[in-house]
Design a protein around this ligand. Structure first.
Ligand SMILES: [Zn+2]
Length: 394
C-alpha cells in the first residue's frame, strides 16, 4: 500500500455564468500574481539586502489587496492564495537553479487557476457534477471518476476554448500482483519501444486524415494572421485612437481555434496511448529496464520525427517512473553505451562489423562474428539493456 497523489481529468461544460466566473478568476489570479511579483521586485530594488517576502508574508498581504480592490472578494479566496503559493514556488525553483527568473503573467488563450479543498468545498456530487467554490455545480462528461481525498482542483480553459478540470486526489494504491518477469526496452524511432522478449509498441499512431486537416487550417491561420496584422498596421496609421486587436478578426480567431482543436486532439491521442501502454507494462513486468536519455544530445537534433519521438520518450519514462512507484514495481535506467554493438549471447563487441557510423545505423539484422548468433538489432539491444539493469539491481 502506498499513498499517492493522482490527477483525474474531467471535461467540463460550464454554463455561461460559470464561464464568466472562470474567466474572472483567471484574470484575478493573474492580477494577484503580477501585483505580488511587482512588489517583490520593487522591494528588492529599494533595498537589495532585504529578504524576499515569504509565502506566509504574501498570504497576509492578500486582505490588504482585497481592501484596495474589492472585486477580488467575488472570487474563490483559495485561488488567490494558490497564486501567491505558485509565485513562492517559482522563486524557490529559481534559487535552486531549476527554472529561470519568474516573469509577469500575460493574458493568453490558454488559462488556468487552482482552488484548494478546504472543508469539503470541492466535491464530486454525482457522476456528472463537480461542486466548486463560488461556481457551484458544474456539469462534466462521464469519465474516470476521482477517487480518494480531494486536495485541489485546477480549472483550465484550453486554447481551443473548451474547459477542463484536473482533480488532484490523495489515494491509497495497492501493489499490483508480481509476475516474476523482467524486461529491457530499447527506445526506437520506428517503434516507440522494442522489448527484449520481441514485442514492439508501434510509434505514435497519428491519424493521417487529422494531420491533413490540421495542416490546411494551419495554412489558413498563417494567411489570416498576415491579413489581420496588415489591417492593424493600417489602423495605427489612419486612426491611432481606434486600433483593432487580433480579437476583432473573427476569421483569424476561427482558424486559430481550429488549429488548437486539432492539436488538442493529437495530444489526447498520444497521452491515451502512453497511459495505456505504461499500465500494460507495469501489469506485466516486475522489473523494467530502459536506457537513460541523453537530453542534451537529443536537443541538438532538429529533425521533426526525432523531436516528436524524443518528447514522447521523456513522457514515457516519466509516467513509468511514477506508475512503478505506485504499484510496487521497479524501473532502472542504464547508460546506453555499446548496447547495440554487443552480442547478447557471447558479450563480444562487434566493432560495428567494420562499418562506418552511418552505415551501421542502417543495419537491422546481423550475425555475431565470434559466436555466429543471428541478431535483430533492436531486440539484441533491448536484451543488453535488460542485462545491464539486472547487474545494477543485484
Ligand atoms: Zn556472439
Amino acid at each position: 500500500m502506498a499513498t499517492a497523489l493522482k490527477g483525474f481529468k474531467l471535461k467540463l461544460y460550464p454554463t455561461s455564468d460559470q464561464q464568466i466566473l472562470f474567466r474572472c478568476t483567471f484574470g484575478c489570479t493573474r492580477f494577484v500574481w503580477n501585483k505580488m511579483f511587482a512588489m517583490q521586485i520593487a522591494r528588492r530594488k529599494n533595498n537589495p539586502k532585504q529578504w524576499l517576502v515569504s509565502r506566509f508574508g504574501m498570504d497576509s498581504l492578500l486582505p490588504l489587496l482585497k481592501k484596495e480592490y474589492p472585486w477580488l472578494k467575488d472570487i474563490d479566496a483559495t485561488a488567490l492564495q494558490m497564486a501567491t503559493d505558485q509565485l513562492a514556488d517559482a522563486y524557490t525553483r529559481f534559487f535552486k537553479g531549476q527554472n529561470g527568473f519568474p516573469h509577469f503573467r500575460k493574458r493568453t488563450y490558454a488559462q488556468s487557476y487552482t482552488s484548494k479543498c478546504i472543508n469539503n468545498n470541492i466535491q464530486v456530487v454525482d457522476d456528472h457534477h463537480l461542486k466548486l467554490p463560488k461556481a457551484g455545480l458544474v456539469y462534466f462528461k462521464a469519465g474516470r471518476l476521482p477517487a480518494g481525498k480531494i486536495k485541489r482542483v485546477t480549472i483550465r480553459q484550453k486554447s481551443a476554448g473548451h474547459y477542463e478540470a484536473t482533480v488532484l486526489c490523495e489515494c491509497e494504491i495497492a501493489d499490483l500482483p508480481k509476475t516474476g518477469k523482467s524486461v529491457g526496452g530499447d527506445l526506437g524511432l520506428k517503434a516507440l519501444l522494442i522489448l527484449s522478449d520481441g514485442q514492439k509498441e508501434p510509434n505514435l499512431r497519428y491519424d493521417k486524415q487529422l494531420a491533413k486537416k490540421k495542416h490546411q487550417w494551419e495554412k489558413k491561420k498563417a494567411r489570416r494572421l498576415l491579413g489581420a496584422q496588415a489591417e492593424i498596421a493600417r489602423d495605427k496609421h489612419e486612426h491611432p485612437n481606434n486600433v483593432r486587436t487580433l480579437e476583432d478578426f473573427k476569421n483569424y480567431q476561427e482558424a486559430r481555434t481550429m488549429v488548437a482543436k486539432y492539436a488538442a486532439k493529437e495530444a489526447y491521442q498520444r497521452q491515451d496511448q502512453l497511459q495505456k501502454y505504461t499500465t500494460w507494462l507495469v501489469q506485466n513486468y516486475d522489473l523494467i529496464v530502459l536506457e537513460e536519455l541523453n537530453v542534451k544530445g537529443l536537443l541538438k537534433n532538429h529533425k521533426l520525427a526525432r523531436a516528436i519521438s524524443n518528447a514522447s520518450w521523456g513522457r514515457l519514462v516519466a509516467i513509468l517512473a511514477y506508475k512503478c512507484r505506485w504499484y510496487g514495481k521497479e524501473l532502472i535506467l542504464v547508460p546506453p553505451a555499446y548496447t547495440s554493438q554487443e552480442c547478447s549471447s557471447c558479450h563480444e563487441r562487434n566493432q560495428r562489423l567494420g562499418l562506418s557510423q552511418s552505415q551501421w545505423l542502417g543495419v537491422r539484422e546481423w550475425d555475431c562474428p565470434s559466436c555466429g548468433t543471428h541478431h535483430d538489432r533492436d531486440i539484441n539491444a533491448a536484451i543488453n539493456i535488460l542485462n545491464k539493469g539486472i547487474k545494477t539491481a543485484a
